[in-house]
Ligand binder design. Structure first.
Ligand code: GLN
Length: 308
């Protein structure tokens, strides 16, 4: 076994104990009504290692709404379809603003800062649609995620998608604004229908950790995109994956990660591990509070960092 992974199970046990003892779990997102009722007491963590083993603790087999973690899979699909032409429509800079901010769009002619803020992810989904019906795109997305996880039991929660369709006025505003600037090919309703369903994919930590293995850049892992693209997606996760909390996440954890308002985070330790953590309570930037603390402890105790 990799000497770098000895002691992992003991570390996971300590992290679970710390999570269970925590008295400040953050706040569950309630702007999507269907997610407001999720029990904040839950915590799951799963680690898929380069040696093929998987180690999980807590509620690692409870499905949750992956929300913005889906933006990683959507980006991989859109890059597969368009290649570097995608970068004419979306930037690669951290925004320093909230995930749902509209501020920069006016100054930057409807070109969002990066593919992980909502505006950027809506453009990515619009590009990935590329003349296909939302149903076809969502089928491709599920095929991609299932192939990555090597698990067919991964589905979209229609009630969550419907709930967000009824209340997602900010996302409609973003989409219409970009359409006005010519940066949306499809009618906003169509692109957002696909986007809301993409965000409503449900997975367990165990499934998500496995689905992230294609980003590890390790031999023997599912190879769904080129090695070059894997590096670039990781770079974007590190710099933009936690919105205006990206710098702090890089400082504390030192690994590429993508969060979602469902409380999930996918974290990649290149060459070593794919990690999924879930705790529904969020911090002020909309990223899982205990999830961040857990992967901070994991990275430190295991000595995992992209900074050596
Ligand atoms: N579906 C959510 C939204 O668009 C995703 C946001 C998130 O997970 N940060 O608001």
């Amino acid at each position: 076994a990799d000497p770098g992974t000895a002691g992992l199970d003991a570390v996971l046990g300590d992290i679970l104990a710390a999570a269970r003892a925590s008295t400040d779990r953050g706040r569950v997102a309630d702007y999507i009504p269907e997610l407001a009722g999720v029990d904040p007491g839950q915590f799951g963590l799963s680690v898929a290692l380069a040696d093929g083993s998987q180690h999980s603790v807590g509620d690692a087999d409870v499905p949750f709404s992956i929300q913005s973690v889906s933006k990683v899979f959507a980006l991989a699909i859109a890059l597969g379809r368009l290649g570097d032409r995608l970068w004419a429509r979306v930037g690669r800079e951290p925004s320093g603003l909230a995930f749902n901010s509209i501020l920069q769009l006016e100054h930057e002619q409807g070109i969002p800062r990066n593919p992980f803020i909502n505006a950027g992810a809506i453009v990515v989904t619009d590009a990935a649609l590329a003349g296909h019906a939302p149903r076809e795109y969502l089928g491709e997305l599920l095929r991609f995620i299932r192939a990555a996880a090597e698990d067919d039991d991964i589905h979209i929660n229609d009630a969550v998608a419907r709930s967000e369709t009824e209340t997602g006025h900010r996302n409609f505003a973003l989409a219409h604004y970009m359409r006005a600037h010519g940066n949306l090919d499809n009618p906003p309703e169509l692109t957002l229908g696909a986007y809301f369903h993409q965000c409503a994919v449900e997975m367990t930590c165990a499934q998500l950790a496995r689905a992230g293995r294609f980003l590890m850049g390790a031999p023997g892992m599912p190879r769904l995109v080129s090695a070059d693209r894997v590096r670039r997606i990781n770079a974007l996760m590190l710099t933009c994956g936690h919105y205006d909390g990206s710098g702090d996440f890089a400082f504390r954890v030192g690994l590429p990660g993508k969060s979602g308002v469902g409380g999930g985070i996918l974290v990649i330790a290149p060459g070593r591990a794919s990690v999924a953590v879930w705790s529904p309570g969020l911090n002020a930037q909309g990223n899982s509070k205990l999830g961040t603390e857990a992967v901070e402890m994991l990275a430190r105790r295991m000595g995992w960092s992209v900074f050596g």
